[in-house]
Design a binder for this molecule. Structure first.
Ligand SMILES: [Zn+2]
Ligand SMILES: [Zn+2]
Length: 238
């Protein structure tokens, strides 16, 4: 399957994923549901609007986990408003935020949020920095396997780049596997995890044919996508 208009939905046996949006430098927003459990992945700008269109208030308040691939603004721009909204709506159940080790954007947002709202936060937030990508996490009824990906950014005023703390994730529910690479250049870890998955969500953020260390070309993305049973290309520049 190729790139499509948003939202993009996929479902198999009560395991579903909905990509509200995935546009480079603008916003990403993904909802993952496994039976009654609800997870949010890469809440970029617009996530509150999209969650409210999709879910009841009770369902939004039941979100247990936020999973972050990396700290670029188009993947975390909605975290502050989501945390605040949950406070305003009196969420009482705990929330965990999973993110790659060294992703200071998430730690900074969390620390600022705690500082501003210390006296009025109605729910417990736990930061879960993922240091060891060899281990899987179990959250509710879903197994989450992180894997490192290659995603770089330019340093200001130079042509030098640096690697960003960035993971892809493979989510498994009752044997059904969804692989989401986040933002990444072509890399073996993604090739390995996408292969044989029921669904692979692969970025094709590069608008030229020449590969680099930030995003994949469409050709690279398709070659990985085809190794899965089904795939979507996302994060294509508009
Ligand atoms: Zn991005
Ligand atoms: Zn990025």
């Amino acid at each position: 399957m190729a790139e499509q208009k948003y939202p993009i939905s996929w479902v198999k046996n009560n395991f579903s994923i909905k990509i509200f949006c995935s546009i480079p430098n603008i916003a990403t927003g993904i909802l993952l549901r496994a039976d009654k459990n609800i997870f949010v992945i890469d809440p970029g700008d617009g996530i509150l609007r999209d969650l409210n269109n999709e879910l009841s208030m009770k369902q939004i308040l039941s979100v247990s986990d936020i999973i972050i691939t990396h700290g670029h603004h188009d993947h975390v721009g909605g975290v502050w408003s989501l945390l605040t909204y949950l406070r305003v709506m009196h969420k009482t159940t705990p929330l965990a935020i999973h993110y790659p080790a060294g992703c200071i954007e998430i730690e900074s947002i969390y620390n600022a949020f705690k500082k501003v709202y210390a006296a009025t936060i109605s729910y417990e937030i736990s930061l879960k920095e993922i240091k060891n990508t060899k281990k899987s996490l179990r959250r509710r009824n879903v197994t989450i396997k992180p894997f490192p990906v290659v995603h770089k950014e330019y340093l200001h005023d130079t042509h030098k780049t640096r690697q960003v703390p960035a993971y892809g994730y493979k989510f498994t529910y009752k044997g059904i596997k969804i692989c989401y690479g986040g933002d990444t250049a072509y890399c073996e870890e993604l090739v390995r995890h996408a292969k044989g998955s029921d669904l692979a969500i692969i970025e094709a953020g590069h608008d030229e044919d020449t590969p680099d260390e930030m995003h994949m070309t469409k050709k690279e993305a398709v070659s990985i996508g085809k190794s899965a049973k089904d795939y979507f290309l996302v994060h294509v520049p508009e």
